[in-house]
Design a protein around this ligand. Structure first.
Ligand code: G3P
Length: 218
């Protein structure tokens, strides 16, 4: 079953989505922490874990492998639900190689823009390969093609890393990621809300209720 993650650090959004019973996890990054108005990464991550009790990703700030590994040690100690997000650079791969050998080395390889990067992240031991679909589309490229290519490569070579479609901009991205075989799709809360909403549902509901009130009044 494909998993839905919410791409936010805002507790009220996570609570509302979790109440629908469809949230498998949450992804955060420094920008999302900034938008949520918090610099306390640990506290916010643990607050999110309390709400979802599923996979919650928190990102390192360091750009050198040594610093990433130090941060990962701390981040992964916060909770068994936490995944450490590591940028897919050469330093990031070095860090993934070390962290993936720890018993609690749960890794979300982030900032992936090509299937080659996803392949390397998987080989270095990442559990998730986060492909930034929307940012590729913004640059005039085909973000979903990278999801499809990565799916095919992971399946062809039996790589256990999960394909995570990230940087999702609209419900059509979600649909295409599902059809492309993504294991996980992380999306901003407004995209999730748009997936539920349909003017036809609203019109249909109004008509049912209007007819019910007519018959009930007789
Ligand atoms: O999970 C990664 C995602 O937050 C990036 O999204 O909208 O900043 O491209 P965006």
């Amino acid at each position: 079953m494909a998993k839905i993650f919410v791409d936010t650090a805002k507790i009220e959004e996570i609570e509302e989505a979790a109440a629908w019973g469809i949230v498998d996890g949450v992804t955060t990054n420094p920008t999302l922490m900034f938008r949520a108005g918090t610099a306390n990464r640990k506290q916010r991550t643990l607050e999110i874990v309390e709400v979802v009790r599923g996979s919650v990703s928190a990102e390192v700030i360091s750009t050198e492998a040594e610093g990433m590994i130090e941060e990962a040690k701390e981040i992964l100690s916060w909770s068994e639900h936490v995944y450490v997000k590591i940028p897919t650079t050469d330093e990031g791969l070095k860090a993934m190689h070390v962290i993936s050998q720890w018993p609690n080395g749960r890794i979300n390889a982030t900032l992936i823009f090509s299937a080659n990067q996803a392949f390397l992240a998987a080989k270095a031991g990442a559990d998730y390969a986060s492909i930034f679909v929307g940012r590729l589309d913004d640059a005039g490229l085909d973000g979903m093609a990278v999801v499809r290519q990565t799916r095919r490569i992971f399946d062809t070579y039996g790589l256990g890393c999960q394909v995570l479609a990230a940087s999702i901009r609209h419900p059509r991205h979600v649909l295409e990621a599902l059809l492309a075989g993504a294991d996980i799709i992380t999306m901003p809360f407004p995209v999730l809300k748009k997936m539920v909403g349909s003017p036809f549902t609203d019109i249909g509901l109004q008509k049912f209720l209007a007819d019910w009130h007519k018959i009930a009044a007789q």
